[in-house]
Write a protein that binds this ligand. Structure first.
Ligand SMILES: Nc1ncnc2c1ncn2[C@@H]1O[C@H](COP(=O)(O)OP(=O)(O)OP(=O)(O)O)[C@@H](O)[C@H]1O
Length: 243
């Protein structure tokens, strides 16, 4: 997990869909030392920004650079709100991801077992992935991503469709992965989760980055009126960006 790929820099990222601006001239640099959480109301542009950073969406203008290069490094992965799992056993799902990433056959099983162990799913290694509970499926998605030993892991609302106890398990697993040297960058609507895990906050409002701060500063003393309203629960439920 060489640090040669950091910092991760967003340079004037703008994303437009059919004339609608989802992300509007967003710039920041992440050095990977603390978990970064992207916050904002529904439609603020969080998921789109995360996908641009990961390389799933090309920005309309601007660029993402890794240690100054626009080449997308392989040591970064993404976990989605609802994991897409293959119709195979839990361990076979992890082994498949390792195979796709060029890990030798002999090593795959060892790394997959270690990854399942890490997320507390070793006992379910041979169970069909698709019959696992929602929380177990999300932890399997985390194991699959962590097995690749990414330097940066993007997570889009990783606990959104889970009950409180499954959320707590996923949160614990993410923190453990973060302590293992993987930089976490994620979105969430769960402010308690953000407070517990975040080192810094990137707050988006209508596609614009209106505030970036250390998490404690952001939650105790937000500078922007938009962030203050968001934390007070006073922003309208959906805040779309202007056309
Ligand atoms: N593929 C797409 N085509 C057209 N518009 C899109 C597309 N993806 C996102 N958008 C729009 O871009 C805006 C930002 O969407 P995004 O999913 O990033 O919001 P978000 O902040 O993640 O919201 P939420 O909290 O509801 O998930 C929204 O207005 C959304 O409708």
């Amino acid at each position: 997990m060489a640090d040669a790929m950091l910092p991760l820099e967003a340079r004037a990222i703008t994303v437009r869909f059919d004339g609608h601006t989802a992300v509007d001239d967003v710039s920041f640099t992440l050095d990977g030392t603390a978990p970064a959480v992207i916050l904002g109301a529904n439609g603020a542009g969080k998921s789109v920004l995360l996908r641009v950073l990961h390389g799933l969406i090309a920005p309309t203008s601007g660029a993402v650079t890794w240690a100054g290069s626009t080449a997308r490094p392989s040591a970064q992965a993404m976990v989605f709100q609802r994991p897409v799992l293959l119709r195979r056993s839990a361990i076979a799902n992890v082994e498949y991801a390792l195979a796709v990433n060029g890990v030798d056959g002999s090593e795959r099983n060892i790394r997959a077992r270690a990854a399942l162990e890490r997320v507390g799913l070793a006992h379910l290694a041979d169970r069909q992935a698709r019959v696992l509970s929602g929380g177990e499926q999300q932890r399997l998605a985390l194991a699959r991503a962590a097995a690749l030993e990414p330097r940066v892991l993007f997570l889009d609302e990783p606990t959104a469709s889970l009950d409180p106890s499954a959320s707590a398990e996923v949160e614990r697993t993410m923190s453990e992965i973060g302590r293992g040297g993987t930089a976490l960058v994620f979105t969430t609507h769960n402010l308690g989760f953000a407070k517990r895990v975040a080192g810094e906050i990137l707050f988006l409002h209508r596609g614009r980055l209106v505030e970036r701060a250390a998490a404690t500063t952001f939650f105790n003393n937000p500078r922007s009126p938009e962030a203050a309203a968001f934390l007070e629960g006073e922003l309208p439920w959906s805040v779309s960006s202007p056309a």
